[in-house]
Design a protein around this ligand. Sequence first.
Ligand SMILES: Nc1ncnc2c1ncn2[C@@H]1O[C@H](COP(=O)(O)OP(=O)(O)OP(=O)(O)O)[C@@H](O)[C@H]1O
Ligand SMILES: [Mg+2]
Length: 758
Amino acid sequence: MTESKDKSKAADVKTETYSEYEDHLIEYLTSPSTIITKPTEVEIEKHHQVITAINYPRVVDPGWLTRLIEMNLDFDLSVHISPYSVVTTVSLLENELKKQKTDIYALESEGKIVPQALIQQHEDTSALLQLIQEGSEKMFDMSLYIDAKGFTEEDIEKTSKIIRNTMNSLMIVPKIPSYQMLQALKSVLPIAEDELKVTRNITSSAAAACFPFAITSFETHATGILIGFNAINSIPIIIDPFELSNPNILVLGTSGGGKSYAIKLMMMREFMEGVDINVIDPQAEYTDLIKTFNGQIIKIAPGSDSVINPFDLMDQTLDEKKLSLLAFFRVLLGELTEPQRAILDDTIDRTYEEKGITKDPKTWSKEPPILEDLYNEIMPLTRSTKEIIYRPAMAIVNSLKSYAFGPMRFMNQQTRMNLNNRMISFDIRDAPDVGKGTLMFLILEYVYTQMKKSKTRKMLVIDEAWTVLSSGEQSEYILRLVKTCRKFNLSLVMLTQDVEDVLSSRAGRAVLTNTATKFLIKQDTSVLEEVVKQFNLNNAEKRFMKIATTGRALLIAENTRIPIYIQSSPEEHRIITTKPDEIIEMERVELTKPVGKGVYREFDVNLQVHRKSDLTDEQLKQLEVRDFLEVRVKTLTGESDLFLIRNEGEDTAEHFVLQHLILDEIRRYTNKGLLHHTRLPDVTFETPDSRMIAIEVETEVGLKRSLENMEEKLNVMKKYNECFFVVENPTIIQDYKDKFGVMIPRTEVPAKIASYFT
Ligand SMILES: Nc1ncnc2c1ncn2[C@@H]1O[C@H](COP(=O)(O)OP(=O)(O)OP(=O)(O)O)[C@@H](O)[C@H]1O
Ligand SMILES: [Mg+2]
């Protein structure tokens, strides 16, 4: 049987009035050109086979249809539920009851055994009647249709079979409605018309249990961000961590599994939702991301401007500060012995007292001591004759030495810290390794005390968090931080590879219980069993963890667990990936995009120089919000033009643009050209016969300054096979040939460069 609706009908407008045509326009536009119906299939581009449910199990659990939804197959599912009026239901049930009673009497009077099923049915019906009369249940008609789809007949046969098997396993009896496929297909369409009417009556609670998204999605919050996608059915997972019992997040997994990646994505998305972000970044791997969002990068390392003095009270009481200092020394010394603790207890008090800081709150605003003061306080104890004193004192003094006089002595000063951004990273990559733990601890304390002051939503991300968390083993201080940050709307986001330590230590377990959201990323086989035990993973989840590739995770939010995959947009990926190969590739791509006059270049906000005439209004806006400056510069043709630039160095705008324009000119011929903003020549490139050429740009007009600048570069320039200067001042070009060799004005640059390639 073939039914055909040809789109060319739309062309028959001659026989139709315009308003008739308009009435049917949607139909014309959306109707398929052919529909082929077969006894058990309909073909509309794809093959379709609709399966109906003709019977259901007697008792179902909430969300029992989820298993159907979760099949990773090509199909649509429709459930029609329509109510009965109470009066009809009651008379229907009463009739049904009468019939059942008569059957039972008949059997009994004949002395036969009444089947259990009949008794059960009778009890069910009378219980239901009672519930309906009480008004606590209503009756509905329900029908369930699944439209299996496939590109070939084999496809569809396979899909349909899997669906029917799954239905059977749920005790739903499937049936393919032969010779009724078209009505069946219409019944699946989202137009709320059940043409097939293969119904079954059910109660309100059974209808509620049919809601098929009960398990895999989370209770939806009005707010929240996209965390990832359900790995089984690709349903987006949107969570608002701040709406859970606590906003803390823990990410556990092996190196390279995608911990930082997942959190970077989350940070960007939360930031867009108005959440303030702070990161403690031991590897300086969040720098690109922070720069993209115009955030603030605070470098803490020898010689940098920012320091935190461990003795700074940071708006805490003296008692609180003492607790935190003891925790600080735990990070510094490892576990404290009893005598060490006693010595610290006593000397810390005295160090503060000498600065006039006592238990009296009025004294807390005085200038606090620094590490050296404590060192001087403990030093005399090392000369004690009592072993119980000089031994622990020696241990403390030895560790403190590097802070008072050694590689960490940059911390031996008063706090200097200026936070003024919604996104801040504390970059401690260049701090000596010995001090990284203590630095992370101090930053955590500092940021925590700062963040306590406001109730707005904020996140503190601690990458490689175990360094600080492990000091929580004996220290109530860290554990209290983890427990209390909820009160200030602060989400602590902790990432760590040290899964074993987290699972086996007291501190780790305390962190686990105070963390509502957990990401279990790929685990080492050595800890997998422990993870399974700790999180009570079932076999399917265990298998998922075992074979999880980069970017896959088991998400645990409160009591819900979902295998997910974490996916970014290409733009997000570009900002956050750390794979060296990809980064080199991206730099290469960037290098080969010249600032040419509309010729080769695709727009990319991350390039530092844009010719204004190449930009659309939209692109201009994008650059404006990123603090690009508009400048007018004379180009290599001698005409002036407008550019938008982001010049972070110390060169003038003109020098900066000119440097880029020269490099572009070189890129007409080769990729082997480079810009330098250091003591090297401004531009260098390699010729086809492997000679290295250096170009120095001197845009200064003043004679004296120009000569000084050029002289400074001359020695480096001479190291190249050939070199020349691009100079603004004509007097120099004329009078200083002997000294500087080849010098040309900018307009001669294109010809000069071309000469190396012909
Ligand atoms: N969801 C993802 N999609 C695409 N690429 C990913 C994803 N997750 C991770 N990657 C890739 O893997 C790289 C390593 O991931 P990431 O830096 O997050 O590892 P990590 O778990 O933090 O490792 P480490 O413990 O060594 O810091 C990323 O730079 C990125 O290129
Ligand atoms: Mg990482």
